[in-house]
Design a protein around this ligand. Structure first.
Ligand code: MRU
Length: 382
């Protein structure tokens, strides 16, 4: 299985997604500064993956300090150190809630641990490390459940229309590269494919960062899933094409507000509008760590703005040049110099356009009042 994140006893490595699919290179993440830079530069991206990498980077830093005998003996000093590092990490990217959710949970655990009688600073650091490591395994389990739940929901709806196999369109990258493994929306496609229920997958290019053409296409080819790449501007024509027969659009999320409004990769909103027009089901696949009940609606979600260079240039391999590892990546300008640029990384899809939210606990549909009600999902959750 493709692995974006490798962690073993204080050693953290990530697959550098700026170089994919042309160069497959793991780079070390030694501490919180490395992790902040890697997340900001999008060497690792995807809501669950950035949260996990940030927490594991702090594990690596605590591990190194522990080996050097530099963890303060006083538990409260260790707690303060962890709190400060978490506050720094959450400033790397603002829209995905998984990062601040993970930081909040681990800060609360650290505070509880530090207040126990007789604990040392090392005990507090170890409790943090154990909890952060658990997040990796929990995310993978949740993704498999999301895949299963989403596939079942899609097939139940397709059966009503007499289909025994489905075609699904997805946007951005929500797969192994965006998570601890398997993926959310791409996990649904993987689950359908593994049960021979997928007729075809379509993935959008996802400009400007091309997570679709570079990363999702890479995963689909890697897994031998029958798939076709389309540019973002082809989505309407694809949905109108009866030959393609797209049954559902499944996307991931960076933050789902309490009312179901969803912030996800720029272009998601447009796909939801198209789905409504064409009578195609529109589904958001996301773990509970992406659902933010504290945010009432999409109006309260901060949308990250990215540098204009992501729009005005594009990166790819030079065909005429070979380096030690076989490929030289080159950035080419594709816009008129001097033009102004707007580059929001995400957009907000109103809940009215969403048919279901696929979680590890099941698929949430709207109630008789036409609203999503998600609080019950969290009954036994932190
Ligand atoms: O800017 P990115 O690549 O981090 O954006 C990723 C997305 O929008 C994904 O759809 C989302 O994070 C969910 S990943 C399981």
């Amino acid at each position: 299985m493709l692995q974006a994140i490798k962690y073993d006893q204080g050693h953290l490595e990530i697959l550098d997604q700026l170089q994919l699919p042309f160069v497959e290179k793991y780079i070390p993440v030694r501490n919180t500064e490395d992790s902040w830079d890697a997340i900001k530069a999008m060497k690792v991206r995807g809501a669950p993956a950035i949260a996990i990498v940030a927490m594991l980077a702090l594990c690596s830093e605590l591990h190194t300090l522990g080996v050097a005998g530099k963890i303060p003996n006083n538990p409260d000093e260790t707690r303060q150190f962890i709190t400060k590092k978490l506050a720094y990490l959450v400033t790397s990217r603002p829209t995905a809630v998984n990062l601040s959710d993970a930081a909040r949970k681990l800060e609360s655990l650290t505070t509880t641990q530090a207040a126990q009688p007789g604990v040392t600073g090392q005990d507090v650091a170890e409790a943090f490390i154990r909890a952060a490591q658990d997040m990796l395994g929990k995310d993978l389990e949740d993704n498999h459940r999301i895949g299963h739940n989403g596939a079942e929901w899609i097939m139940r709806n397709a059966a009503k229309a007499g289909s025994s196999q489905v075609a699904v369109l997805t946007h951005c990258n929500t797969g192994s590269l965006a998570t601890s493994g398997y993926g959310t929306a791409l996990g649904v496609i993987r689950s359908l494919a593994s049960q021979s229920l997928l007729r075809h997958a379509y993935c959008t290019e996802t400009r400007p960062y091309n997570q679709g053409s570079r990363l999702t296409a890479f995963e689909l080819v890697h897994d031998n899933i029958p798939a076709t790449l389309v540019t973002d501007s082809m989505a309407a024509a694809l949905l109108a094409d009866t030959g393609a027969g797209v049954n559902a659009i499944v996307v991931g999320a960076d933050r789902v507000a309490a009312n179901g409004d969803t912030a996800n990769k720029i272009g998601t909103y447009g796909l939801a509008v198209l789905a409504k027009h064409h009578g195609v089901k529109f589904l958001v696949a996301a773990p509970l760590t992406t659902i933010d009940l504290a945010t009432k609606s999409g109006a309260d979600i901060v949308i990250e703005q990215r540098p204009s260079s992501e729009v005005t240039s594009i990166k790819g391999p030079r065909e005429d040049a070979v380096s030690d590892n076989g490929v030289i990546l080159e950035t080419v300008c594709i816009a008129a110099p001097g033009i102004g640029v707007w580059n929001p990384a995400f957009d907000m899809t109103p809940s009215a356009l969403i048919d279901g939210i696929i979680t590890e606990k099941g698929v949430v549909e709207k109630g008789p009042d036409g609203q999503f009600h998600m609080a019950a999902l969290f009954n036994d959750h932190l």
